[in-house]
Design a protein around this ligand. Sequence first.
Ligand code: P6P
Length: 352
Amino acid sequence: HAADALRTDLMTITRYVLNEQSKHPESRGDFTILLSHIVLGCKFVCSSVNKAGLAKLIGLAGETNVQAKKEEPITWVVYSVGEEQKKLDVLSNDVFVKALVSSGRTCILVSEEDEEATFVEPALRGRYCVVFDPLDGSSNIDCGVSIGTIFGIYMVKDFTEPTLDQALQPGKNMVAAGYCMYGSSCTLVLSTGSGVNGFTLDPSLGEFILTHPDIKIPKKGKIYSVNEGNAKNWDGPTAKYVENCKFPKEGSSPKSLRYIGSMVADVHRTLLYGGIFLYPADKKSPSGKLRVLYEVFPMSFLMEQAGGQAFTGKERALDLVPKKIHERSPIFLGSYDDVEEIKALYAAEAKN
Ligand code: P6P
């Protein structure tokens, strides 16, 4: 019966979030409704990413592509064949913006795709601010490398009159964060502040099923993940740390280098296998490359919730207070002990 119970007792992401909600009797279910719209966006993007590959493959690119018709409310997406193909990252952004606005639970949206923040019309305003990268790593689509959606969620104090500073909160104020990776399977990794759980989309059901309960990152890992091509521009502590990974002190083995160049894929591997992911500052990019609100904060939130940590080279990543919505920051995140090592190198440099 146990096996049968497993097969029929499906823990879907909706059921998981409802369980979480039941722990907060005062909750009115707004978060559950918000999350269900984010999940809808992820399902749509997953389907579009898969189709885009096919469309490109069978030469449909540029003529026929399924896409939401602009005037249709996102919840009732009506596909129309024959419309010209829209870039996947733009299409993904449209879908998430429409899904989040129509949820009636958001008041400010910050997207990697939009220069300015979106303030939701008063009639549809809700208590949450969502920051997101609808399709991070999209330059990798054509070669089939996994890409993903990254999101973070803040509560907004006075959501009837939202102001931009409500989107510029430190990462530690986030109430939830997650990513959805579009690869060989579609995996959504989520934390609502009490641990990290992974859900895999069952396409036959159209449901995300709990497949990675209570993810904990190994305390120390054997992998480092960085773009070695930037080595000549690194500062001292980063260069020293990477040197130690390759030529460790007597008696230790060198770490392996794994770098995919798609943040969601590199972070997902780091979360499951352990190790460290680095996108350091360098002489060319003194603030690094990755964006604070919708890349650094959500991944740092997840790492801390999974027992790891995240460091900017100066401070705990989640303590950072962004001044602009597309601000960048260096980031070192992953296994607790591995990040401790690079923190010690930066502390030593600060002392000199
Ligand atoms: P680089 C993808 O373009 C991205 O924003 C992240 O997904 C990824 O981690 C990073 O940039 C890769 O940057 O400079 O190593 O190609």
